[in-house]
Design a binder for this molecule. Sequence first.
Ligand SMILES: [Zn+2]
Length: 431
Amino acid sequence: MTILSVSFLLVCAGFLVGTVTANPVPRENALVLILMDGFRWDYPGFDGMTAFKELQTTGVHAEYMEPIMPSLSFPNYYSLATGLYPESHGMVGNIMYDKVHNELFMMKPIENISQPFWWEGAEPIWTTATKQNLSVSMFRWPGCQVDFAGVKPYKCIQYTKIEGVDEFRNDLNRTLTEIRDKGVRLGMVYVEHSDYVGHYKGPNSQDLRTAITDLDGVLKEFIDTIKQDQFNNVNMIVVSDHGMQDTTPDNITEIELGAILDMSDIKYILDTRAYLGIIPMEGKLKKVYNVLKNVSGIDVYKKDDIPVRYRLKNHDRIPPILVTARKGYYIEGVEGTDKQVPPEDPSKDADDDNDGVDDNDPDNFNGTHGYDPINVEDMRGIFYAYGPAFKDGYTGKPVSIVDIYNVMTNILDIEGKPNNGTWDNVKDYVN
Ligand SMILES: [Zn+2]
């Protein structure tokens, strides 16, 4: 243990223990939902993990969590928060075009993605809980800033890009303070670290090992803290939105759309890599489809032909053509055009992290997700939980990300919205 973390624990313990009451009064269940972006299902078994090992013996976990298709962040964030598939909640991709509003969703800027119409296809649990008079605190959770017809959570520290785990540790401690001192019942904490490093360095890199070990270390501190009497009403769920596939250039076949498509036929290409949508110009659908269907390594669908099991096609935001990459393939977007959304041009804000490296260059993008989770095992994520509402040392069957919603409403004793989750898939996890 480092000197830094020892001193943190002392400070933390002093602060938290200093206000403990002698005989804690039993309180209603509280829930801390921790979302670790891009934390793959097999990471907890890597050497050096301590918190996850402890959760395996003292809490519950699923063999793995299966994300919905596409195995991308925003669609899965919202399936987690609503229990719905994308065609019902409307977050059908990380990059979307809404023809009613003639707007593009590109995960940023925050002003654009905060427009309620992107989110109003379904009501997330934080809004439902708030409406039923529960206090909800949210740290860095994408969407907490959105105004749902005047309803907002009690506390929202909105998403900003943060590297490392220091802020994650602070956010967890702030959440516990909110629960203890302010009566918060649902605390939602988002951390991006494993996704960022997985993309940038790849899931097989030493940097990724360090990143997940650091996250595990913070989680261990958190578990130790909630084992104190003053937090005996606190339950925790640790879940991810998807996994991560190694896409280092030597291990994949790249498909260059720029060499395949005539861009005068194209209005927009929405996203790249594993899952993308194409909006052709008027009258060009057939031509574009016919060109793409002969490309090996990808599957191309007209909207009506998208497999039913993807639960995508019945939504207005699904583009006329959907393209998915098969395992081992990687689709490069088209450089130098605004028709590629977001633009691939390195001069257009591609260096998000200001490290002088183009984040959109596939050579610098060594991990990817978005593939069909049925066919690509590495898309799987995690579901772990611990606390008075959960069994001890129970390992269960795989769960879908849409199943977790019902666990949360059960613990919080609130009335959930109709959803696609199956209670039978998760009932054995809870007491
Ligand atoms: Zn993600």
